[in-house]
Write a protein that binds this ligand. Structure first.
Ligand code: KG4
Ligand code: ZN
Length: 353
């Protein structure tokens, strides 16, 4: 195993994060797990919008072409050289195996070449680290709501063991039984003619609509689990029925608004139920859907009414990025956790089961 390099830059530790789990090639330099010096994201979303979703083989090839320029840019924006890095962190799962392998192997090779420690990062843990970037982070324990294109889950997030309190630990409280929230957004958006990934545009469409939203029932499965496939199917059925209706554009917006209102209510209901159930009054929210403005407004309002403080991932770190990976990597390294260079990419990696 590689030895921990001495901290650089006046005692601060600079970690390079790499993220290639899906269709974003990202690299970031983060100081001491909180201060983002650079965050470069090269998205393939526009490339994949013509396919209606990500094609794994092509994602891997695109990452391979992009990873070096993205890393170089992240160092140059941070104003540092390779030799200033004290560690390298890369996402090793969950995600598309061929895509993960690009960032993972690049990170391992770079760390080995520089003689600094390497650590593999769980993408889900990184999403829940994102709300802690910057000044004045909330102290664990808190409830973590992860809402992305691949996952929707609630966790009890606690401090690490004695002496490594800053290293978050996770206990799964509930998760989606079928589709993830972001996946439902993308599928309903596609039927509404919105290119992949549809979340942000559907959010705008829903928010700019001031008529009566289409009413959809809100499935609330037992405990702290979620279910979005029934809602997705109901919205899809309604879109199909719209063909031939007058005021088509307005009706489409009404479907978007009704769908969004239902998703937000389900997420808020379950997240606040989790806070009550385990008696915690801080909630952190990460993942692409955490960028949803409607969710940010409604959940903040409802949480305040229940005496719960909500911390969303900053907008620029809600969707896939490498700053969150570098931050999680820093806290692992600072707690003495490193990964062997044999670490494999894992397509289905859980968090705190
Ligand atoms: O976290 P992320 O970048 O990738 C995964 O780990 O899955 O999340 C991407 C997902 C996509 O499904 C996208 O449509 C959704 O986040 N998304 C949104 C918004 N922005 C992105 N969903 C709802 N509202 C948004 N504003
Ligand atoms: Zn993600």
């Amino acid at each position: 195993m590689l030895k921990f390099a001495p901290p650089k830059r006046g005692g601060a530790l600079l970690v390079l994060g790499l993220e290639t789990s899906c269709d974003e090639t990202a690299a970031a330099v983060v100081e001491d797990g909180r201060r983002v010096l650079s965050d470069v994201v090269s998205s393939q979303a526009a490339f994949f919008s013509r396919y209606g979703g990500v094609v794994p083989e092509l994602a891997g090839r695109n990452h391979a072409a992009k990873v070096l320029p993205v890393v170089r840019e992240s160092l140059s924006l941070a104003g540092i050289a390779y030799g200033d890095l004290g560690g390298v962190a890369a996402t090793h799962g969950p995600g598309l195996t061929g895509a993960l392998l690009v960032g993972l192997n690049f990170g391992k090779a770079l760390a080995a070449g520089l003689g600094v420690p390497f650590v593999g990062v769980n993408h889900l843990a990184a999403h829940l680290q994102a709300p802690l970037l910057g000044e004045d982070p909330p102290e664990p324990p808190f409830v973590g709501l992860l809402v992305s294109g691949g996952h929707t889950a609630l966790y009890e997030v606690g401090p690490g063991k004695k002496g490594r309190e800053s290293l978050l630990r996770f206990r799964l409280l509930g998760e989606t039984l079928d589709d993830a929230a972001g996946e439902a957004y993308d599928k309903v958006g596609r039927l509404l003619g919105i290119p992949y990934p549809a979340g942000a545009v559907l959010d705008e469409l829903a928010r700019s609509f001031d008529g009566e939203p289409e009413p959809f029932t809100r499935p609330l499965p037992e405990g702290l689990n979620f279910s979005f496939s029934g809602l997705k199917t109901a919205a899809a059925r309604r879109v199909a029925e719209l063909v031939g209706e007058s005021r088509l554009e307005e009706r489409r917006s009404a479907v978007a608004a009704g769908f969004q209102a239902a998703v937000i209510e389900i997420l808020a209901e379950k997240a606040l139920a989790a806070c009550r159930e385990i008696s915690l009054n801080t909630l952190v929210v990460g993942g692409g859907v955490a960028a949803n403005r409607g969710l940010r407004e409604t959940l903040s309002r409802r949480a305040e009414a229940e005496g719960v403080e909500v911390r969303f991932a900053p907008l620029e770190y809600a969707m896939d990025n490498a700053a969150m990976v570098a931050a999680r990597g820093y806290f692992l390294l600072a707690a003495g956790v490193t990964s062997p260079l044999e670490l494999e990419a894992v397509a289905c990696l859980e968090l705190g089961v």
